[in-house]
Design a protein around this ligand. Structure first.
Ligand code: XMP
Length: 325
């Protein structure tokens, strides 16, 4: 029988058996999945776990601070924060292809984890080696990356298909059989607060796959502003539960003519992609109130330089995926 207690007991036993007296690291992304995976592994092996938060510069506004505060406060976990912004930007320079971006981001994550591993070992040289990497991979990630049931590969989710082949870690993936709603239940049972457990999904590769075109610092800053405005207005309108998630996408390779003040502009469009879903395997576009859309549109075009148009994505999944890349 499926109960959260059973899942937790089963996973805790399996993790203890797998890790023994060795050590593990877990990448925290700020999302629900990595948080629940980390909490579960911490329950199993306690201080043998160190969480690593990679600040790759592809995060949304306020995300880093939230991880540092909320998650550590809730779990008391050992946290290592790595500033890797330069490194990710350099690796992504000149790249526009979505799959290539995903692979690069996945690879850079692992390189940063390897570096963190070396530092953790150097800090406590007498302790057991760090051999394990915890990943918050869910069942839909496995299926959609082609790793589960032989279905076609849709995208390389960075924590599944996007890992480099010369991976030095053994993976711990305690959520591999679960759907999102089950992960939320497990997280709540483990005592994580609502701010973490009810958070909307956000992809590991972050804003890097929400810029159609090359990822640059300026474009990230612009998208971060637009995204923060959309999230603020959706929250203010009380739509956070009704909407599964609302990717905000910058069409960096597209420009259109506009008029602002007394002048002609030639700026970029921002796409709003509010979706309703049960498990992200399928989704429908959310019929959200026009006045909320209007407010978001007005604010983004007024407040974000170089954006002169806001468009709404009215495609279900399938045929569109939730993210644009
Ligand atoms: P798609 O775009 O495939 O997204 O319809 C389905 C769900 O997965 C999230 N997503 C990811 N999550 N790493 C993640 O952890 C990834 O590489 C990734 N790609 C997509 C997406 O936000 C949606 O919730």
């Amino acid at each position: 029988d499926w109960t959260t207690d059973n899942v937790i007991d089963e996973q805790v036993a399996a993790i203890r058996e797998q890790v023994g007296t060795k050590r593990a690291i877990c990448g925290l992304s700020g999302g629900v999945d990595s948080a629940v995976a980390a909490a579960l592994v911490q329950k199993a092996i306690g201080s043998q776990l160190t969480c690593v938060y990679v600040d790759h510069g592809l995060m949304r506004k306020g995300e880093t601070e939230q991880v540092e505060k909320d998650f550590v406060a809730a779990t008391g976990v050992q946290l290592k924060v790595v500033d890797a912004q330069e490194r990710f930007l350099a690796a992504l320079a000149g790249v526009s292809d979505p799959e290539e971006k995903r692979k690069i981001i996945g690879r850079e994550f692992i390189r940063v984890f390897e570096q963190a591993q070396a530092e953790i070992v150097a800090e406590a040289p007498g302790d057991q080696p760090v051999e394990f990497l915890v990943q918050g991979t869910l069942y839909p990630d496995v299926v959609e990356s082609g790793g589960g049931t032989g279905t076609a590969n849709i995208k390389s989710h960075h924590n599944v298909g996007g890992l480099p082949e010369d991976l030095e870690f053994q993976l711990i993936e305690p959520l591999r059989k679960l759907f999102k709603d089950e992960v939320r239940m497990v997280g709540a049972e483990l005592g994580l607060p609502d701010e973490i457990v009810q958070r909307q999904p956000f992809p590991g590769p972050g804003l890097g796959i929400r810029i159609v075109g090359e990822v640059t610092k300026d474009r990230l800053d612009l998208l971060r502003e637009a995204d923060a405005i959309a999230r603020e207005e959706l929250t203010a309108a009380g739509l956070d539960r009704e909407i599964w998630q609302c990717p905000v996408v910058l069409l960096a390779d597209v420009r259109s003519v506009g008029v602002q003040g007394d002048g002609r502009t030639y700026g970029h469009p921002i796409v709003l992609r509010p979706v309703s879903s049960e498990d992200a395997m399928t989704a429908d576009w959310t019929r959200m109130p026009y006045d909320v859309l209007a407010k978001i549109s007005t604010r983004i075009t007024n407040e974000v330089a170089d954006v002169n148009r806001v468009v709404l994505d009215v495609t279900s999944k399938p045929p569109g995926t939730i993210e644009w890349e």
